[in-house]
Write a protein that binds this ligand. Structure first.
Ligand SMILES: Nc1nc2c(c(=O)[nH]1)N[C@H]1C(S)=C(S)[C@@H](COP(=O)(O)OP(=O)(O)OC[C@H]3O[C@@H](n4cnc5c(=O)[nH]c(N)nc54)[C@H](O)[C@@H]3O)O[C@H]1N2
Ligand SMILES: Nc1nc2c(c(=O)[nH]1)N[C@H]1C(S)=C(S)[C@@H](COP(=O)(O)OP(=O)(O)OC[C@H]3O[C@@H](n4cnc5c(=O)[nH]c(N)nc54)[C@H](O)[C@@H]3O)O[C@H]1N2
Ligand SMILES: [Mo]
Length: 757
């Protein structure tokens, strides 16, 4: 037997070494410098398993015969014909050229949202955009499914979205200085496993340990007790989903009523304070925002609200708000209301004080902040302006020519003829998948480039098999990690799969832009270039010495310069005139003139609780539960769903839905039962997990199970437990237009066919 080779590699869930013998992965070792490696590293070997891989280029039968006149409704219903790479690339290039010529570049949707691999050179969406930018552009997207409503409102009221992209207080300062920590959402190792572009060290638990050791008072505001590890000492406030803005305003109202608000901070650092104070006092709507009102909306006892309101101004208090809160109808509000509450408590800009967003949502948020240039494949300038808010994809396809609003301006949806998706899975990420299916029938041509036969690939016209990261060389790293990581090729490509860089280079060649696309560089030359760009920047701007490329490539990992011990807005607090914010008032906006002028009913001139389209205060909620479809423990989104670790989180081959014992009893559901969840949009199966760790009235069903409808009819029963057949596909508001996945009511019942006792 030949020797074991040690291959450095990395993914969004961390750095590791693959042990390879005779071209096969026989083991995986975590990076020794990582204090809490993610178990998902052990799933990576399954990329080599051909079961779910696309082995050669494929074209849908009737599209091959009839091209753009074939019936879009037949996508997913029809067989594929294998073709050669040359044929597939010729067809793809000629489609791009046909649509550009006959309809214009805006008729090509190449926003191509998705996480793809952590490798920055083969980053599929960046390469697609780089190519399209060289031939006149495309319709793209703004913001992400992760965060959209949040950054939109923060850019308006705080002048930047730094506070929700990992540039607020670092967790080390919170662990050291905070006295009262209120966690809205989660600080969960489950989600902190992941960081976009990879991460060297998982440190959330170290900080939680320190907070626990220091005896910090932690309050968890969430429908799920497991959103903090059980060993953390905390008080749980089980809240009704999507009502956090009401809790925040009730806390603010109590603080103001007690005269404890920080008048000095409000006056020096905020604008529109009177508008907010009037709202708290009930001037407009006759409702005083106090603890009793808070209880009536949120279900959190008034007594608990009052007790917390006493602590917030008197102790060094910090609010952390998970991204999940803004992935909901009116998701702008909890982000803004948290800023208002923190301004009223008055600790913004002091060590361990204030507010920040997304801690724990990704492993790098709150970690030391990378300050050198991140490795990235340059996309080039986009020559045309057309875009959509990322989660409006079904609207785009269904309603060409319609007007939409975003950040206070109006735009039109282009008429999409061609969709090119590389490295994303809309049949994982989008809401209301039955609606997406109707939209997906509209374009003339759909091209999907992915290693796997995902539900999206199965519903394409041209399918291009990409290799996975272990089949090629690449480089990982981003701003929220302390390291830059080498991703060495570990195995030969599966089937005829080609790397994303090779596929797009070949297409660029056919489109007449081969040379500007590659700049004459191959894979290794690009890796070397982006590494050296980071290295040069680290040296010049930060006097930080990184190893030369050969050393880095051999060792597999290198540290980048970072900033630790960051207190966000310290300068601004000290001297707001000298450090103005990029807002309408150059201060924190608590009452907005711009929004007052816009006059929207779903994003008012001040932070407010605006009832979402579906919630537990709804008449229908007497029968239904509020569904929260959070991120899956055992994998990243839909990736590696079939791996052992992901499967171990399921029962009877289906995703588990957590429900409270009272809700189970009322419906005659026992732990382990197969259940059916449904609403007017769709239906799916899941296995019931009956637990008091979830608030009554709430169901938690993780995302990521591969979409598996029983057949291709409308509203078919989905068999794997994919919550997106149930979720609501509306924008968060006319202002932010973000994804509102966490706003959803569902009915649930035992599925007797599968529960023979
Ligand atoms: N209900 C509900 N829905 C949600 C959410 C929620 O909270 N609730 N969360 C949302 C969020 S935050 C996000 S970010 C999205 C995530 O949505 P996506 O990013 O679309 O999900 P992934 O499953 O990561 O899709 C990545 C795809 O890239 C492919 N891929 C992997 N490596 C490569 C490669 O090297 N090359 C190519 N070409 N392809 C590759 C994978 O096989 C996979 O199909 O989901 C959103 N959807
Ligand atoms: N293992 C794993 N980790 C991941 C991912 C993954 O797919 N798998 N995806 C990554 C990505 S792309 C992203 S964007 C992040 C997302 O990070 P988050 O948005 O933070 O993650 P979620 O799991 O959607 O939500 C966290 C918790 O918020 C709580 N919650 C939901 N709605 C509400 C509400 O209205 N009020 C309150 N107070 N709490 C609420 C839920 O109980 C949930 O468990 O996760 C990242 N981490
Ligand atoms: Mo995300």
């Amino acid at each position: 037997m030949s020797e074991i080779q040690r291959i450095p590699h990395a993914s969004h869930w961390g750095a590791y070494t693959l042990l390879v013998r005779d071209g096969k992965i026989v083991g995986t070792e975590a990076f020794a410098g990582d204090p809490a490696p993610s178990p998902i590293i052990h799933s990576v070997k399954d990329w080599a398993d051909p079961t779910h891989r696309i082995k050669q280029p494929m074209v849908r039968r009737s599209w091959l015969d009839n091209r753009e006149t074939s019936r879009g409704e037949d996508r997913g219903r029809e067989e594929f014909v294998p073709v050669s790479w040359d044929k597939a690339l010729d067809l793809t290039a000629s489609e791009i050229n046909r649509v550009r010529r006959d309809h214009g570049n805006a008729s090509i949707y190449a926003g191509s949202y998705g996480w793809t691999s952590a490798g920055r050179i083969h980053h599929a969406a960046s390469l697609l955009k780089r190519m399209m930018n060289l031939v006149g552009g495309y319709t793209g997207h703004v913001d992400t499914y992760s965060i959209a409503a949040g950054p939109v409102i923060l850019r308006h009221v705080l002048g930047s979205d730094d506070a929700c992209s990992g540039r607020a207080n670092t967790l080390d300062t919170i662990a050291e200085h905070t006295e009262t920590l209120v966690v809205f959402g989660a600080l969960a190792p489950r989600t902190a496993q992941i960081e976009s572009g990879g991460l060297g060290r998982h440190t959330l638990e170290l900080h939680l340990k320190k907070l626990t050791e220091r005896g910090v008072k932690i309050v968890l505001v969430s429908p799920l007790r497991d959103d903090l590890p059980e060993w953390v000492n905390f008080e749980w406030m089980p809240i009704r989903p999507n009502t956090d803005a009401a809790l925040m305003l009730a806390l603010a109202g109590e603080i103001v009523a007690a005269g404890k608000h920080d008048r000095d901070f409000l006056e020096r650092c905020c604008s529109g304070v009177d508008v907010l104070l009037d709202h708290l006092a009930g001037k407009g709507d006759g409702i005083v925002k106090n603890a009793a009102w808070g209880e009536s909306i949120t279900g959190v006892p008034a007594e608990a609200i009052r007790a917390l309101a006493k602590r917030l101004p008197d102790t060094r208090s910090m609010l952390t708000v998970s991204w999940s809160l803004q992935r909901a109808h009116h998701g702008e509000q909890p982000f803004w209301a948290a800023l208002a509450l923190a301004s009223i408590a008055g600790h913004i800009g002091l060590p361990g004080g204030g507010v920040g967003y997304g801690y724990g949502s990704l492993g790098g948020v709150g970690a030391p902040i990378g300050v050198a240039k991140s490795p990235a494949m340059p996309q080039g300038g986009k020559p045309n302006p057309d875009f959509i808010p990322v989660a409006r994809i079904a609207d785009l396809l269904l309603n060409p020519g319609d007007t939409f609003t975003y950040q206070g301006r109006s735009y039109k949806y282009p008429d999409t003829k061609l969709v090119y998706w590389a490295g994303g899975n809309p049949y994982h990420h989008h809401q209301d998948l039955n609606r997406l299916r109707r939209a997906w029938a509209k374009p003339e041509t759909i091209i999907v480039q992915d290693p796997m036969w995902t539900a999206t690939a199965r519903r394409a016209d041209i399918v291009l098999p990409a290799s996975t990261s272990i089949e090629r060389n690449d480089i990982a790293g981003a701003r929220r990690t302390t390291h830059i990581m080498a991703m060495h090729k570990a195995i030969a490509p599966v089937g005829e799969a080609r790397s994303d860089f090779d596929i797009f280079s070949a297409l660029a060649e056919r489109l007449g832009v081969g040379e500007p696309f590659t700049e004459g560089l191959d894979e290794m030359a690009w890796i070397r270039r982006v590494y050296n760009d980071t290295r040069e920047d680290a040296r010049l701007r930060h006097q930080h010495v990184m190893p030369d490329f050969e050393t880095f490539w051999r060792e597999g990992i290198a540290e980048v310069p970072v900033r630790e011990d960051v207190t966000y807005l310290a300068d601004f607090r000290e001297n707001p005139e000298a450090h103005p914010l990029g807002t309408e008032s150059r201060k924190i906006v608590l009452g907005s003139k711009t929004l007052a002028k816009l006059g929207y009913d779903d994003c008012l001139a001040h932070p407010a609780f605006i009832p979402p389209a579906e919630w537990l205060g709804d008449e229908r909620a007497k029968e239904m539960l509020h569904l929260v479809s959070h991120q899956p423990l055992g994998k990243l989104h839909s990736q590696l769903d079939s791996s052992e670790y992901s499967q171990s989180t399921k029962r009877n081959g289906r995703e588990q839905v957590r429900i409270h014992p009272d809700d189970a009893e009322a419906r005659d559901i026992r732990d382990g039962d197969a259940v059916r969840l449904w609403n007017a949009r769709g239906q799916c199966l899941a296995t019931a997990q009956v637990t008091d760790s979830v608030r009554s009235g709430v169901a938690i069903l993780p995302t990521g199970s591969w979409y598996a409808p029983a057949d291709e009819s409308d509203n078919a029963l989905e068999l794997s437990g994919n919550p997106n057949v149930l979720t609501l596909d509306v924008g968060t508001s006319k202002f932010g237009q973000g994804c509102a996945a966490h706003t959803c009511l569902v009915a649930i019942e035992p599925y007797r066919e599968l529960n023979v006792a």
